[in-house]
Design a binder for this molecule. Structure first.
Ligand SMILES: [Zn+2]
Ligand SMILES: [Zn+2]
Length: 252
């Protein structure tokens, strides 16, 4: 059972007047601004739009099944990537990760995908494209990587944690391969009972995850020796990866 019209009205009423001291050192506060049905190719979802007091960005939650007052709710955090998510860019595997998460959640009893509007690890769209441009012009990826590598993790976890709290979720199972994410959310007061690994099928575009011998400072070489910037902080497991490769990919 998804959120009922009555539950939606109650959540919206509660949030209209919501104020708190904020989560994290930046005192991030969010409010649920609007909720609607969202049938999708990955199953039946409801979409929740959030207001926040810090960055003017409209973060979103995609909710499947009953999550309010529920325990052990599967949750995936995804950072926006316009080029990957919407356009299907092959410079990154954000779309593969997003689809794998939505497909997994859609097939479960319930779950939430938090869609965080922090393009390019929080540096913004224009800076991300600058980093791509530097690579196109043969610049050492170190410079491009510095541009793309910066990310305000603390902000990320504050927003996500408050979004989970706003939905009155009691405890979650975080869909991640990155222990830092579990720690980051737990520090914000979210109860995490388990971890669900995110596994994506191998294809010619994510095969670079399997080429881990050249892993260094946040980027990996694909099989043609071309470097890729990794835009999601949380990297997937690719089916068929050895545990050694999987551990290597999570570094940095
Ligand atoms: Zn608040
Ligand atoms: Zn991307």
């Amino acid at each position: 059972m998804a959120l009922t019209p009555l539950q939606i009205r109650e959540l919206l009423d509660d949030n209209r007047a919501h104020e708190c001291d904020g989560f994290g050192k930046n005192h991030v506060c969010v409010r649920i601004a609007s909720i609607a049905e969202l049938p999708s190719r990955f199953g039946q979802f409801q979409v929740v739009a959030f207001w926040n007091n810090r960055d003017g960005k409209e973060h979103a939650a995609f909710v499947h099944g009953e999550v309010t007052h529920a325990e052990n709710v599967p949750v995936r955090m995804h950072s926006e990537c316009l080029t990957g998510d919407a356009i299907g860019s092959l410079r990154c595997d954000c779309r593969d990760q997003l689809e794998a998460a939505l497909r997994t959640i859609g097939a479960m009893d319930n779950g939430i995908l938090l869609y965080l509007r922090q393009e390019g690890r929080g540096i913004g769209f224009t800076n991300k494209i600058r980093a791509y441009g530097l690579q196109d012009h043969g610049y050492d990826t170190v410079e491009a990587n510095i541009a793309l590598g910066f990310r305000d993790d603390e902000r990320d976890y504050s927003v996500a944690a408050h979004m989970i709290a706003s939905l009155n979720v009691k405890s979650i199972r975080l869909m991640t391969n990155n222990p830092k994410k579990i720690q980051g959310l737990a520090e914000m007061g979210i109860r995490i009972t388990d971890r669900i690994p995110l596994v994506i099928p191998p294809n010619e575009y994510n095969r670079f995850y399997l080429q881990t011998k050249a892993s260094k400072s946040g980027h990996l070489l694909d099989s043609f020796g071309k470097e890729r910037l990794l835009e999601q902080l949380d990297r997937p497991f690719v089916e068929g990866m050895t545990s050694e490769q999987a551990a290597k990919v999570q570094e940095n």
